[in-house]
Design a protein around this ligand. Sequence first.
Ligand SMILES: Cc1cc2nc3c(=O)[nH]c(=O)nc-3n(C[C@H](O)[C@H](O)[C@H](O)COP(=O)(O)OP(=O)(O)OC[C@H]3O[C@@H](n4cnc5c(N)ncnc54)[C@H](O)[C@@H]3O)c2cc1C
Length: 396
Amino acid sequence: MAEIAIIGGGPSGAMCGEQLARAGHQVNLFDEHLAWEKPCGGGLTHKAIQCFPFLLDNSYPKKLVSSVELISSDDQRAAVEMPHPIVIYSRTVLNGLLLDRAKEAGCHVHRSRVMSVETAAAKPRYCLEGEWREADFLVLAAGARNQLLPGTRPLQRDELEMTQGYFVPETADAITIKFLPHFEGYLWSFPRCDHLSVGICGSMASHTSTELRSHLQTFVEKQNIPTEGAKFYSHVLPSPKERTLSERTVLGKNWALIGDAAAWVDPLTGEGLFYAIRSGELLGKSLAAGCPEKYPAWVKATFSMELEFAARIVRRFYRGSFLGSAVTTRLVQFMRRSPVFRQLMADLMSGTQDYSSLKRRLWGHLGITISEFISSVLCLDRPARARVPGTGSAGD
Ligand SMILES: Cc1cc2nc3c(=O)[nH]c(=O)nc-3n(C[C@H](O)[C@H](O)[C@H](O)COP(=O)(O)OP(=O)(O)OC[C@H]3O[C@@H](n4cnc5c(N)ncnc54)[C@H](O)[C@@H]3O)c2cc1C
């Protein structure tokens, strides 16, 4: 019956609280807002639904969307029907659902802001409204803006994306994704039950907030999305590099990071909800089994290879070119031309095709040009770079 304090009641913290309370621990979860409309698209892919079927099988309001329209930077369009819908929630509803489950499992949920944490002593401490309290273990689930990092470094600018957007009181039946020239990120419109979450994400190291705002404005005007009176938001999103995933510490002797605080987000798509919930579950299970030291290895075995893969190709995907056009433009063109490629993209977007097994699907079913296109984006066609001491690299 260890006493565990969880700081942050978003998807990662709530899932961790549920797991630990079910295992009989005494769990206190603190969130300054509890269930709130955290800036987010709110989209859950099929891999999240497969792993956590309760995210679909419940009576909480949500929207199931199977159609996606991709728009290239030069305004060519391709539509795709996904084999499994993206399940889109308002974040107030999704956070509420996960917190309700944590409470039902016996987790004590408090609306409070944790001001600071201290982990040097054997028992970690956290400060609530000027009063220090002790626990046996601290779970840091306070998201991407989290400043409570006892034994690890904060994320740097190139490991973060800036996001801006609007909640617009309109409805639609398809997701829209728009690419921009020489831009590391994209614009989106995600339809929810009674409104749209429309926004833009872009690398914080490469783009300014003025640039993002201007692209967002052009997008809503071109898409005829009325933003007068709509609520504007901005937030940060982790965008891990290979070094983030391989070097940044996420576990200490009496604390651990989960979700966005640990930077478990796909840097190519910005998908973070699945990784937040999954990492909360994995930490909860490792703590419940009395072996928190296994948490990083379990994350590695479960999903961090996918994130590493995305981190390796993200720059080439958004900035690269293939046969004289931007990779994202070729992607839209190939989707229009090839039903097999369209199917592949539908599977990737709905989360039924992972990056790691993409190579196997490449040759054979797709035409040569498209196979070469994908190989080039995934950097599969490059010769291995052998280091020759003192002479730089050979094999280029
Ligand atoms: C604009 C945008 C769009 C996105 N769209 C999608 C999408 O469509 N699909 C997807 O999968 N992912 C999306 N993401 C990513 C997703 O939102 C995150 O990965 C996810 O919310 C991470 O969950 P979390 O529990 O780790 O953190 P959060 O959801 O950020 O939760 C952290 C919680 O901690 C609380 N908190 C912070 N500091 C303190 C403190 N000191 N004391 C007490 N409480 C504190 C906050 O109130 C918050 O509730 C998007 C992100 C952004 C910014």
